[in-house]
Write a protein that binds this ligand. Sequence first.
Ligand code: FES
Ligand SMILES: [Fe+2]
Length: 435
Amino acid sequence: MTSARDNETLTSVGPGTPMGELMRRYWVPAALSSEVTKDGDPLRLKLLCEDLIAFRDSSGRVGVMDHRCPHRCASLFFGRNEEGGIRCVYHGWKFDVDGNCTDMANVPPHQDFKHKVHAKAYRAEERAGLIWVYMGDQARVPALPDLEVLQLDADAVGIDVFQRECNWLQALEGDIDTSHVDFLHGGTRTVDDFPPDDPRRYGAIHRDPEYTIAETDWGTMYGAHRPADQGRRYWRVAHFLFPFWTMTPAGVFDTYIHARAWVPMDDHHTMGFGLSKKGSRLTAIGNAKQGIALHVEERLPNTTDRFGRWRFAANARNDYRIDRAAQQSQIYSGITGITLQDQAMTESMGEVVDRSLEHLAPSDRMIAVTRRRLLFAAQALQKDAVAPPGADEPGVFHGARGGYYLAPENAEWQDFYKERLTSVRRQASSAAAAE
Ligand code: FES
Ligand SMILES: [Fe+2]
């Protein structure tokens, strides 16, 4: 059981909290690169409970900083994005993307102290179509995490971004909870909906997988397994990666390259950034009437509000447009679209779920182990300054890939996983070399 105290530790990410300090040891995806244009409007951001702005200067560099001007704290959101920096419209002080004050326009030159003034700016980078921010110690910034999907060219990566109105951890836990897939998403599917050679058919036959869990250098992993035929088992392998990443089994292991960040905006709002190699994501099985199409989620227009970006038109205010007649016939949940189905379930728990009320089952072991790992890491950082997993070693993340496959009945699961991953990567690099 997760106590109220542990729950608070796990779910609070503001500055100075144990989990907030842990998160600040990693790079954080903040926005799409396309959300800020050269000399264009500043973008309001909420990240780890901090109010920030992002802008792109005349040379194309991105700045991410506290939204408050260091002079008298007016918001730089209203600033003028001018040649080489952002100028506060209150008294005209100007700042470059590194936070240096480059002009103190309302002060005579002999009283100017601009060299002593710095806006609180964070290091920003761009990769895979995203703006990334490092909000920890600016004097020791690590490399970006060595996720497989980040090694692809940006134009080979598909991005799925959406806001969720709940705490980051309950959003993330939906991704490491594989047994919901054949209910929430596929409860009306039958084995006949799958081609004979599609291993996912075994999920429709056996809706009660067994789990094995392991702690890894990058976080935790699970293998959910079910009987298949011809002396094989159907495995779905997935990961949690510090501090807020998942790799789900939603594709064929040999080709599916994917990672998803559940970025805390504050303790009650989360931005999901899904990165997938284009074309490697699963194809929905079943028909549209079964409600499992992936991309039917109509969006509300983005606004300049901190919480005004990437929201769905179907949401808690309209019960996710649940169709009760369809629920009685073809759509198990009555809600259309996989992402929206997940959205409804995790938001319906409340902004921060009271985990003392849960009754975790063997199917939740991955969740329990992951919570424990996060708690230990946050406490070890707070008490003994121990760097959390992968924070100083971005290379460890390369060991993870999620997906499904059939394995011989008696294969040792982690050995099989490692060998399969090594083998598919070797084949992919020799195919690339031959091109
Ligand atoms: S508050 Fe920004 S220049 Fe005065
Ligand atoms: Fe789901």
